[in-house]
Write a protein that binds this ligand. Structure first.
Ligand code: BGC
Length: 451
């Protein structure tokens, strides 16, 4: 019998992902401290429609029901994040047993249903108490993070086989410290490189803590967005190189190579600090895997008015764009994976997020909401993964973003990425057609895509 062309390697890991502030709700329940997202969302003017994570998907109270949804998909794994301030309300020191207990119960529920927990320690919701002490700008944060990580490893590593230190440090620094659209809302080219560097120092310290206290796997999650030049003019090619260094190498290089690409000094000029050489001993730690979040690409052209990159993305004619304004470009996923292997070596890789926001027509037939554009996005990107595997990339698994429609950060509930539609007035969950396709992909290990 000939092997179906879309069948994935045996043992390929199929999952879905979420993050704490985007779905949990009850942000201050049971003794939790406020996070910077709690604060940001309650600052007038910061969030679309004044949305907040006060309720979100109410997952903190409905997690059992949500594990049933995962079960219905046949997920092998579920990637979630831990709200640091639930566990350590002041960020360091006192542990809040009720906060810890929530994650312990979630993990038990997953295991009971045969779903492997994949826990991310930091998906952007820094304890507000630590922001008051300088947050990512304070070098001590590497120790604060390691202390928190150790608490989590001691409590859950007996049951959690896969951990990540950080989710998408680029977004934290670009949105939170350079352009200000995300918490904590700063705008400074002097702060952004410091925050970036301390994020990677903290990640390294977290991995060191894991080597002392953990027995399974730990890695880190980067968003990688491949950059292609708008033209072959030297200035566009140089702008593309800068954009690539800024977004894709600024974090992976210190973690995996122990250095920064030279373009960062070109970009930040006198705002680029000379970091102590010893810091790279901390940032570069052995990882068991790297998680890559892939959504889109950018075609880049030189633009002297763009601060500080002097580069701007160019919208492509006759292409499909998602509701977040991202071009659907699946070849970029194949290119990303092959580039990553070529630059950083043969590290086991996971796609830890991939998905799309599209308008969902409010039509439910036979209990399913038809979402053709999202379904097509999933199909195309799974095909692109298959190409990367055929090219020799050591890809272990895929997590769809996201299990549920949720709070898309400062865009509020206006953008829906879910496999399940959520009615935020009633909390009713409805499967979309993409969820149905994904369940079939999992059950057939990809073969259904041949049909
Ligand atoms: C983040 C998610 C976010 C998604 C869609 C990623 O940048 O990790 O939290 O919802 O992309 O924007």
């Amino acid at each position: 019998m000939s092997r179906p062309s879309f069948r994935f390697p045996d043992g390929f890991h199929w999952g879905a992902a979420t993050s704490a502030y985007q779905i949990e709700g009850s942000p201050l329940a049971d003794g939790a401290g406020p996070s910077i997202w709690q604060r940001f969302a309650h600052t007038p003017g910061m969030m679309a429609n004044g949305d907040t994570g006060d309720v979100a998907c109410d997952h903190y109270r409905r997690y059992r029901e949500d594990v049933q949804l995962m079960k219905a998909l046949g997920l092998h794994g579920y990637r979630f994040s831990i709200n640091w301030a639930r566990v350590l309300p002041e960020g360091t020191g006192r542990v809040n047993p009720k906060g810890l207990d929530f994650y312990s119960r979630l993990v038990d529920e997953l295991l009971e249903h045969g779903i492997a927990p994949n826990a991310t320690l930091f998906h952007w919701d820094l304890p507000a108490a630590l922001d008051d002490r300088g947050g990512w700008l304070n070098r001590d944060i590497a120790h604060w993070f390691a202390e928190y990580a150790e608490v989590m490893f001691k409590a859950l590593d007996d049951r959690v086989p896969r951990w990540s230190t950080l989710n998408e440090p680029w977004v934290v620094t670009d949105g939170g410290y350079l352009h200000g659209a995300l918490a904590p809302g700063h705008r400074s080219k002097y702060e952004a490189p410091l925050a970036a560097h301390n994020l990677m120092r903290a990640s390294g310290a977290g991995i060191q803590a894991y080597r002392a206290h953990g027995r399974h796997e730990i890695g880190v999650v980067f968003n990688i967005e491949p950059k292609y030049p708008h033209s072959d003019r030297a200035e566009d090619v140089a702008a593309t190189r800068r954009a690539h260094a800024y977004m894709n190498q600024q974090f992976a290089d210190p973690a995996l190579l122990g250095s920064y690409p030279p373009e960062l000094k070109e970009i930040f000029g006198d705002a680029w600090p000379d970091f102590p050489a010893d810091d790279f001993k901390l940032t570069k730690q052995k990882v068991d895997f790297v998680g890559i979040n892939y959504y889109t690409r950018a075609v880049v052209k030189h633009d002297p008015n763009q601060y500080p990159l002097q580069a701007t993305p160019v919208r492509q004619p006759n292409r499909t764009y998602t509701e977040t304004g991202w071009e659907v470009f699946e070849q970029g996923l194949t290119d990303t994976l092959t580039w990553f292997k070529q630059r950083y070596g043969d590290i086991p890789l996971y796609i830890t997020e991939n998905g799309s926001a599209f308008y969902d027509p409010p039509v439910v037939e036979n209990g399913v909401l038809d979402d053709p554009l999202r379904t097509s996005y999933l199909r195309k990107h799974l095909g692109a993964l298959h190409k990367a595997i055929a090219a020799g990339v050591n890809l272990k698994g895929y997590y769809a973003w996201s299990l549920l429609d949720n709070l898309e950060w400062s865009l509020g509930f206006s953008k829906r990425f879910g496999l399940y539609h959520v009615d935020f007035a009633t909390q009713q969950r409805t499967p979309k057609a993409t969820a149905k396709l994904y369940a079939q992909v999992i059950a057939s290990n990809g073969s259904v895509l041949d049909e």
